[in-house]
Design a protein around this ligand. Structure first.
Ligand code: PMP
Length: 399
């Protein structure tokens, strides 16, 4: 039987195919994987969640097991709205928050609510590969803008915005960007605000790693300066648990909010209410900031250990961008060898990295790759980086 499939899903999906092959390769128990982006399970508050689950079922079981409202559980929306005060944004109301099935769903919702085929979307280059995939479903023209060590390249961004005032939105990850681990400096942040002010381009800020900063200071959310022109995505995935699939979008423009809600209602009616209520109970009964502090101590140690190993075992000519938080490091190979070469050879020797290619809209056979440090033991980090160093040296010798 041959079904006629929609062009939306059958057109080439470079990012999707690449991701699937990396995940499949890295799933083997014999492989040391730096390819994924998993939080360390040591950071999961299991007994606290058990207590919260029990309480929700005992005190509010009928509500937790019933259908619920599309926008989300009020107590959770209230908590999220208040959290924006720590990001410099005041006056966020619980009604501005839509709880989503991970922030991933919010990316798809924004695509569905804003994009027609051929519409323009500005992204960092490289950017989060599954955001690219989500937007590509709607067949937009994606306009990539280089990201530098201190954030997006403001000259190129200004040029792009000037040449494309009809762009629908710009997707930016200002803290510990995925894949590069880079953050925006205050100067870049201020310039970005100036570039977008007065345009009709929505700034879609994605900020899953902001709370995982173990050094330096974070810039305020773009929503502090841009008001309703900025929609802010957030998630509990990196600070509490990814498995409960709770994220959100803060959207203060009423027309857009109504459209997002109507799309979400048709997509899934609402986000898992049981998860939302357990999470809200957990947040009410526990000190989540203390929990995040513990996770940061762990990730700082892991990041520093991996950076030490990279300095020790990678041959001259291979460089990396140091980080002050998040979950990733971004490594650049010397001229003449590609990250895909390293990925293939590394896998043969038992180590998986994530080559940069699927994070770029256009560039292929790049020399950059991403490594994750949050979810490996120190032994695995040292062993894996040593193997990568040997493979790099071999590839350099052959180049
Ligand atoms: N945005 C970015 C930049 C991410 O790295 C991720 C997860 N890796 C997500 C969004 C989606 O996260 P979640 O759906 O778990 O909230």
């Amino acid at each position: 039987m041959q079904f006629k499939l929609s062009t939306m899903i059958t057109k080439p999906d470079f990012q999707g195919e690449f991701t699937a092959s990396i995940l499949a390769a890295a799933a083997s128990p014999d492989i040391i994987s730096f390819a994924g982006g998993l939080p360390n399970p040591v950071s999961f508050p299991i007994p606290e969640m058990e207590a919260a689950t029990k309480k929700v079922l005992e005190e509010n079981g009928v509500v937790a097991l019933q259908y619920s409202s599309t926008a989300g559980w009020p107590a959770l929306r209230q908590w999220i709205a208040k959290r924006y005060e720590t990001m410099g944004v005041t006056g966020v109301k619980p009604e501005d928050i839509i709880v989503t099935n991970g922030s991933q769903q919010a990316l798809a919702m924004v695509g569905a609510a804003m994009l027609d085929p051929g519409d323009k979307v500005i992204v960092e280059d490289p950017t989060y590969l599954v955001a690219l995939q989500s937007f590509h479903v709607f067949d937009p023209e994606v306009l990539p803008v280089t990201i530098n060590a201190d954030g997006i390249d403001c000259d190129k961004l200004a040029e792009t915005v000037k040449a494309n005032p009809d762009a629908k939105f710009a997707y930016l990850i200002p803290n510990f960007q995925n894949p590069t681990g880079l953050s925006y400096s205050q100067e870049v942040h201020d310039k970005v605000v100036e570039i977008f002010k007065g345009t009709n381009i929505m700034l879609l800020e994605d900020n899953p790693y902001r709370e995982l900063r173990f050094a330096g200071t974070a810039t305020d959310s773009f929503g502090a300066d841009l008001g309703e022109q900025c929609c802010m995505l957030g998630t509990f995935s990196k600070i509490v648990t990814p498995g409960m699939r709770i994220g959100w979008i803060c959207v203060r423009n009423e027309e857009l909010r109504a459209k997002l809600l109507s799309y979400k209602a048709t997509a899934d009616l609402h986000t898992n209410i049981f998860s939302q209520m357990v999470l809200a109970q957990y947040l009410a009964d526990n000190d989540v900031d203390a929990h995040i502090e513990k996770t940061k101590v762990l990730y700082k140690a892991k990041a520093e250990f991996m950076m030490d190993c990279l300095r020790k075992y990678l041959p001259a000519g291979v460089t990396f961008t140091p980080t002050e938080g998040g979950m990733f490091l971004w490594v650049t190979l010397p001229e003449g060898i590609t990250a895909v070469d390293l990925y293939r050879k590394g896998l043969e020797k038992g180590v998986a990295i994530c080559p940069g290619d699927p994070f770029y809209e256009v560039q292929r056979n790049v020399r950059t790759f991403r490594v994750n440090y949050s979810n490996s033991t120190d032994e695995a980090i040292e062993k894996g980086v040593k193997i990568l160093g040997d493979v790099c040296a071999e590839l350099i010798a052959q180049a």
